[in-house]
Design a protein around this ligand. Sequence first.
Ligand code: NAD
Ligand code: ZN
Length: 361
Amino acid sequence: MTVRALVTGGAGFIGSHLADALVARGDDVVILDSLAPDAHADAPDYAVRSRRFFHGDVRDPATLRAALTGGVDVVFHEAALVGLGRGDADRSRFLDVNVEGTRQVLRALAPLRPRPRVVLASSMALYGEGAYRCESCSASREGIRTKAQLESGDWDPRCPACGSPLRPQAVPESHAWRPGTAYAHSKADQEREAFVLASSLGIPLVALRYHNVYGPRMPRNTPYAGVASLLKSRILSGRPPVVHEDGRQLRDFIHVKDVVAANLLAAEAPEEAVRGQPFNVGSGKPVTILDLANVLVQEIAPDQTPELRGSYRPGDARHVFGSIEKIQQALGFQPRIGFQDGFRSFAHDPMRTAVEGLPLP
Ligand SMILES: NC(=O)c1ccc[n+]([C@@H]2O[C@H](COP(=O)([O-])OP(=O)(O)OC[C@H]3O[C@@H](n4cnc5c(N)ncnc54)[C@H](O)[C@@H]3O)[C@@H](O)[C@H]2O)c1
Ligand SMILES: [Zn+2]
């Protein structure tokens, strides 16, 4: 049976791969995307070719009604304003697109029968810091780093009771939320609001908390470009990539094709397995930022070496990587693209350049 799917943000990095996968298996795909100038230089041909493409804003009920004509079985809500954002003005922009936009999408779905399932693109950004344990005290601890500690180059968070460096743990879905940027706050509010509104409207909704996604078409000069694309852009410009702290920060990088697979599983699983549930989507295999910089350097410019200046960015998490046990058990998710293979290809993958993006390094 052909599935009718709406992909909001379907011209973007993750949404376009998702739309490609749906089209490839013969589904009837509608894309709704505003082609936000901070995300795009122009309409990417992979988004507008041979599909039903609606150029519009998820906050606009008339556009949503048009895109939903004929009904849909599933909505993949990928559209979002992405980036960091720290000031108050940023905060209202992020809330408007990410929270109000999501509310509009859910409201537009409420009259449809049967009610479509919504797979929401959430983010590990809502956790802020990762999870830690103190081995000496045999206790879970919050990972807090003081400014004085960072200034002295003492990178790992320490146990408040005994002072030992804490050991990082995989973050479960139940981990506390400590979003640190305007973007992260908006993703936290988006997920919370989406579950509340979907439940009151009777819409089955599942939230996928993506970790650091990478792959072809990743933006190279948007504020959200992410560490992988910032390092790559710098190497391509002939300069060594700068790695903050001691480079041993752990992160979870997941290939966009694996993220697509998680979305398809979330869309197809029996409703009782996913309704009202958040799932981490990661590779389950954390790597250090220095490992990442090394793979990219070896692949693009082997004569370079990553530069460790002992610099840091206030508010950065030290270690954050997800436990993927829940999605493995509930949905049978298995990431397929490993770190080495994935990043060797990523070094040569085409990337997207945004017209109102940041200056390239
Ligand atoms: N890339 C990552 O590592 C990552 C990690 C965690 C979560 N996410 C989430 O995944 C989703 C997709 O992110 P991405 O990396 O593909 O970003 P992206 O910027 O490449 O794609 C987002 C798309 O949404 C569109 N858009 C923005 N505002 C819109 C609006 N008001 N109406 C309609 N379309 C709008 C943009 O034009 C863009 O095409 C987002 O919800 C993001 O928060 C991404
Ligand atoms: Zn302790």
